[in-house]
Design a protein around this ligand. Structure first.
Ligand SMILES: Nc1nc2c(c(=O)[nH]1)N[C@H]1C(S)=C(S)[C@@H](COP(=O)(O)OP(=O)(O)OC[C@H]3O[C@@H](n4cnc5c(=O)[nH]c(N)nc54)[C@H](O)[C@@H]3O)O[C@H]1N2
Ligand SMILES: Nc1nc2c(c(=O)[nH]1)N[C@H]1C(S)=C(S)[C@@H](COP(=O)(O)OP(=O)(O)OC[C@H]3O[C@@H](n4cnc5c(=O)[nH]c(N)nc54)[C@H](O)[C@@H]3O)O[C@H]1N2
Ligand code: SF4
Ligand SMILES: [Mo]
Length: 699
């Protein structure tokens, strides 16, 4: 038995469940991770990533010094590994970065900057990032991976009820009565949440309805599994609503008191019978009826969803079809009910909450609201831009049109995560200046002019906000690697230098003693955070926001009496076709997503023991298709779309239906996004990662 020098409480750096962990440290290395049994949200549970996946912290490839590209200033730039960079002092790197930024600012103005906040770093880091972008650069061109993630859910929920956060807490899950899981491979992507959901089924006799084209593990616990053709969700959920209206199973009292638009909506779905939906989706009409009755007749029923709903050219409509169902049955505002988009990254909720979005400051206070903006202007002592900025995908477009000249990428990897990578790469090749800030070199920082080394979650303090809006602390467990510095502190230094180079006589304020002080400033400007500070989080092991005052207990579930927009509103919807449908040349549908052992572009998990378990890129192929293509298990297969080609290993399984293949996007050597297209949902601007047409042939 190794004895720990210290055991440090922290929050898992991977997914939005936000599991609390104990980091066991010996000689400044984490040698074991376990979980406290008495603390929410996980109560002792962890998945393989939290338990065995944090060894990336000690990987030799961690960045330890600022790096400057050897052929600095030459375009078009080529991607280079570490050998393409030289080490520099902080002084030199920050000075050079500030000078380039100031030059571009003078030459092209504030809108020449495209900036990426991060769902991997703390709220405090993100707050300072957006303060730098808004208060110093003067643009609102700030966005992050939430755009590629739950943007459609956010848009839909904002329309339907006026707020986008998950409405119920993880704590309620084990007591559910009826619930729908759709477009969420919960046991692989929110594993600890999936244990509570399964507990509800096994111990509480809850009824689970799974709506997913793939035979994911959750289907084993389902009372009903609707296996729809990919991209046909609106038809299914409209048909469920049609049954509920036709059989008068709706909640009249709730509809009268708390909603508007019911009559028009009911009228709009008259023809959306289960038989009609069967022709669209392939799901037997009677199964749709069964699901509708289960959901509507429950005293309390909740809906959980993920990327299968959101990442679609009609993602907003998909999520609206779920909102319509909840409003119809009044399954909102009580324990065990609700609309719950499961948030993905450890701090994606927080990155949005702390203002890492193009149209809002902290806690969704609009930049174009004069009262709000004036409050921020007065506090920071600078004038702010009222014009909402560009989203991630719009920044790519603006860069292609040479409107954006500089990218600042903190803790993201767009050259693995954006769709149609060829296009994104082209944009990076021609950018005037790229500044990256990360714990590793990744596929994106290979294009950077300067890379600033950041400390990881295990080396700093601050807060992450998990999927149910629980703000939780992290604590430094091990020393920084080399000269790496905390993201917020790098930002403060850079901001002051840029202010200097721009000849500003006053500063927006970048002198903080520590992350706790940053939180204090954020709370002072954000009514919904005012009851939370670091000492309270320490005492209570996390608090759910909104929490307007120190004596407020925090808000584990929302919308008890009213919705933020007042009444909930029904939205009539029409079924629209998928983004790219198969044809003779590209006869298979490709869907992309995740596996349990890996994380996004793999920057972290591929530098951990988890890579030994799942070392190679794979494609899930139905046995029937494998025969047709001539593939045996383990064969390498070429997968080609109109945009690119990759080589992956064949995994023959009935998980994906015939005609559809599934590729995880974790592997740089076979990046799934070489194949995807960049068509987007017109309302939420989210790309469709779940449906493109491909051809397969033995490699
Ligand atoms: N291990 C691991 N866990 C993660 C992550 C990771 O990289 N690795 N990432 C985190 C992040 S940021 C996120 S956003 C979440 C994502 O979590 P999920 O959304 O669960 O992840 P995906 O693998 O994208 O799974 C999408 C699901 O949608 C289904 N699907 C595909 N097409 C359709 C469709 O047309 N309709 C419906 N209804 N379903 C469809 C797929 O079969 C799959 O079950 O995971 C988080 N957790
Ligand atoms: N084909 C396909 N593409 C997808 C998706 C899909 O389902 N299919 N899903 C989309 C979704 S939902 C998401 S959320 C995005 C995710 O896309 P990204 O956010 O771009 O992906 P990550 O790989 O999580 O990038 C996180 C980066 O942060 C770095 N990092 C970790 N900790 C720290 C820190 O403390 N400080 C700093 N500065 N850096 C740190 C990591 O090293 C890594 O480089 O991908 C999207 N792309
Ligand atoms: S469920 Fe999510 S937060 Fe919990 S240990 Fe696994 S990856 Fe970490
Ligand atoms: Mo995500």
């Amino acid at each position: 038995m190794i004895e720990a020098d210290r055991i440090v409480r922290s929050t898992c750096p991977y997914c939005g469940v936000g599991c609390q962990v104990n980091l066991h440290v010996r000689e400044d290395r984490i040698f074991k991770v376990d979980a406290p049994f008495d603390v929410a949200p996980n109560f002792g549970r962890l998945c393989v990533k939290g338990r065995f996946g944090v060894d990336f912290v000690h990987h030799p490839a961690r960045l330890s010094k600022p790096l400057i590209r050897k052929d600095f200033g030459r375009t078009p730039r080529q991607p280079v590994g570490v050998e393409g960079f030289r080490e520099a002092t902080w002084e030199e790197a920050l000075d050079l970065a500030a000078e380039r930024i100031a030059n571009i600012h003078r030459q092209h103005g504030p809108e020449a900057f495209g900036t990426f906040a991060s769902a991997k770093v703390t709220n405090e880091d993100n707050y300072v990032f957006q303060k730098f972008v808004r208060g110093v650069l003067g643009t609102n061109n700030i966005d992050h991976c939430a755009r590629l993630c739950h943007a459609a859910s956010v848009t839909a929920l904002t329309i339907a009820i006026g707020s986008s956060a998950m409405s119920n807490s993880i704590a309620e899950m084990k007591d559910l009565e009826v619930f729908i899981v759709t477009g969420s491979n919960t046991s692989e992507t929110h594993p600890v949440i999936s244990t509570f959901l399964r507990e509800a089924v096994v111990h509480n006799n809850a009824k689970l309805i799974v709506v997913d084209p793939r035979k994911i593990e959750m289907t084993q616990f389902a009372e009903v599994w609707l296996r729809q053709a990919i991209g046909t969700d609106v038809a299914i959920f409209q048909a469920m609503a049609q049954v509920i209206v036709a059989e008068e199973l709706y909640n009249q009292e709730f509809i009268d008191a708390r909603t508007e638009g019911f009559k028009e909506y009911a009228q709009s779905i008259l023809d959306c019978t289960p038989e009609w939906a069967e022709t669209v989706s392939g799901v037997p009409a009677d199964d749709i009826r069964k699901a509708a009755r289960l959901y509507a007749n429950a005293k309390a029923a909740a809906i959980y969803w993920g990327m299968g709903i959101s990442q679609s050219v009609h993602g907003t409509d998909n999520a609206l079809s779920l909102a319509n169902l909840a409003l119809l049955c009044g399954h909102l505002g009580r324990p065990g009910t609700g609309l719950n988009p499961l948030r993905g990254q450890n701090n994606v909720q927080g990155a949005s909450d702390s203002g890492g979005l193009p149209h809002v400051f902290t806690a969704y206070q609009p930049v174009n609201d004069d009262e709000v903006r004036t409050r921020f202007e007065n506090y920071w002592g600078v004038r702010l831009n009222p014009q909402p900025g560009l989203t991630v995908m719009e920044m790519v477009d603006a860069a292609a049109r040479q409107v954006i000249h500089c990218y600042y990428i903190m803790g993201e990897n767009p050259l693995m995560s954006e769709p149609d990578l060829k296009h994104s790469r082209h944009v990076m090749e021609n950018m005037e200046f790229v500044l990256a800030q990360d714990i590793f070199i990744n596929e994106s920082s290979e294009f950077a002019d300067i890379i600033l080394p950041a400390t990881s979650f295990a080396e700093k303090s601050g807060t992450f906000t998990n999927s149910d809006r629980r703000v939780q602390l992290i604590h430094p467990a091990v020393p920084a690697v080399g000269e790496a510095r905390d993201d917020w502190s790098i930002l403060c230094d850079l901001a002051k230098r840029v202010e200097g180079k721009l000849g500003r006589t006053t500063s927006a304020g970048f002198d903080y003693a520590d992350p706790a002080a940053i939180w204090q400033e954020m709370a002072a400007l954000t009514p919904a955070f005012q009851g939370i500070d670091h000492p309270r989080l320490e005492r209570e092991n996390g608090v759910h926001w909104p929490c307007p005052s120190p004596d407020h207990p925090g808000s584990p579930y929302l919308f008890e009496d009213t919705f933020p927009r007042g009444k909930g509103i029904f939205t009539p919807l029409v079924v629209t076709p998928g983004a790219e449908v198969p044809d003779l040349e590209y006869p298979y549908i490709l869907s992309t997503g995740r596996v349990l052992f890996h994380w996004h572009g793999g920057t972290m998990t591929r530098r951990s023991k988890l890579d030994d378990i799942y070392p190679e890129p794979t494609v899930e192929i139905h046995p029937q298709d494998a025969v047709a293509i001539g593939l045996n298990p383990g064969d390498w297969v070429k997968v080609r779309s109109r945009r690119g080609e990759i080589k992956v290993r064949t995994l023959i399984t009935e998980r994906s239906p015939a005609g559809m293949v599934f590729i995880p996007f974790h592997f740089a050597e076979a990046a799934a996004n070489e194949l995807t297209h960049d068509q987007r949902d017109p309302k939420a601007k989210i790309p469709d990662y779940k449906m493109c047409a491909v051809q397969l042939e033995p490699a």
